[in-house]
Design a protein around this ligand. Structure first.
Ligand SMILES: *Cc1c(COP(=O)(O)O)cnc(C)c1O
Length: 368
């Protein structure tokens, strides 16, 4: 029987977008000892978030408030932004899909950087968009290259992450403001700030709610340590945010995620501690790299790209050797960024293991 898939669905590859560490563990036949590949927060969420999630168990027979008012109020307090300028959803990943549907239909141009965050690409390709890419410049997503591409290709959506993934590089808020000023009239900027809590002060451009051309995305998955709970939000102009109501999944977030996120926001002290631990771990990864004669790409995120000093094949071999020794890491997908492996911030134990295993992996990769 031939199923009546749409021509668009027929045209898409059936590859699984993300191969999780769990599948690698099944293939390897043993569990990873250090899980430092998915930019998760190994230090965990605030104990107050854990308690709030546990306390919510008795309420899970109820549907959630589809307006998500309590969570939006907490986010509103955090950023000093009215709730009407906030939409919440199942992580940035979920929100990117809905946001894309607001602007993208088959054939519409969408611009991103080659090798940037892939989930955005799956969404827009799934809508039949014409995805065009600008190269990274000096390991940065390039605002200038994206703007030029957007004009040339008449795109409706421009995606940039700041700090970016997989390199961890970043622009100052002032530099992004320059980009925002130059946006073509027909384009909206999706500014993905998944890692911005780890970045230096001034990395996020000031929020201008009058500007309908900028939609910024934040998440509880990274700095707040709630990746498995799936909570994110977007902030933007009222017209932009209102449009989400037409198509969003009104019960798309579960009660545990909501209560955990609210409690996490209220424990800013935990966040401060997390940032200190992340900064220490970034320095430790840099020093482990240096011990092996390698350099790192300076990072404003909770991961560090180590330049393995050769080509992508060599970095892939290093990655495979680390995996064989029980360390899960990932790496950029395209050249020349694929000369690097991307190490997520780990606990001191995780990084002890990295220190022990990296020289062995480098040696084995070099001897083929
Ligand atoms: C991890 C990551 C996300 C995922 O965010 P969720 O809220 O967990 O969906 C989004 N954007 C970038 C650039 C990321 O690296």
């Amino acid at each position: 029987m031939k199923l009546p898939f749409t021509p668009l669905i027929e045209s898409l590859p059936s590859t699984v977008p993300f191969v999780g560490p769990e599948l690698q563990e099944r293939t390897n036949g043993f569990p990873f000892k250090a899980r430092i590949g998915a930019n998760e927060n190994v230090f965990g969420a605030s104990p107050k978030a854990h308690a709030a999630i546990q306390a919510e168990i008795a309420n899970c027979w109820k549907y959630t408030d589809p307006g998500f008012v309590d969570l939006k109020d907490a986010i509103s307090d955090l950023h000093n932004v009215p709730t009407e300028n906030i939409v919440v959803g199942e992580g940035i990943d979920g929100l990117l899909g809905i946001a894309a549907r607001l602007f993208v239909e088959p054939g519409v141009g969408v611009a991103t950087s080659l090798g940037a965050y892939p989930t955005f690409n799956y969404h827009v390709k799934g809508l039949g968009a014409r995805l065009v890419t600008a190269p990274f410049v000096d390991d940065h997503e390039s605002p200038q290259a994206l703007l030029e591409l957007a004009i040339k290709e008449d795109v409706r959506v421009i995606y940039i992450a700041n700090p970016d993934n997989p390199m961890g590089t970043w622009w100052s808020g002032a530099e992004l403001d320059e980009m925002i000023e130059q946006l073509p009239e027909q384009s909206v900027l999706f500014l993905d700030e998944a890692y911005v809590e780890f970045a230096p002060e001034g990395t996020s451009p000031a929020i201008d709610l009058d500007n309908p051309q900028v939609l910024r995305f934040r998440t509880f998955s990274k700095a707040y340590g709630l990746a498995g709970a799936r909570v994110g939000y977007a902030i933007g102009n009222v017209e932009l945010i209102k449009a989400f109501d037409k198509i969003r999944n009104h019960f798309g977030m579960n009660c545990f995620a909501i209560e955990g996120a609210i409690a996490a926001i209220r424990d800013q002290q935990w966040l401060t501690q997390t940032k200190i631990k992340v900064d220490e771990a970034r320095k430790r990864i840099a020093s482990i790299a240096a011990d092996n004669g390698l350099t790192i790409i300076p990072s404003a995120a909770n991961f560090v790209a180590i330049d393995c000093g050769r080509d992508g094949d060599f970095a892939r071999a290093v990655l495979a050797e680390l995996s064989q020794q029980g360390i899960f890491v990932r790496m950029p997908g395209v050249a020349p960024q694929d000369r690097c492996i991307r190490i997520s911030v780990g606990t001191p134990d995780d990084l002890d293991l990295l220190e022990e295993c990296l020289p062995i992996a480098l040696r084995r990769a070099a001897s083929g």
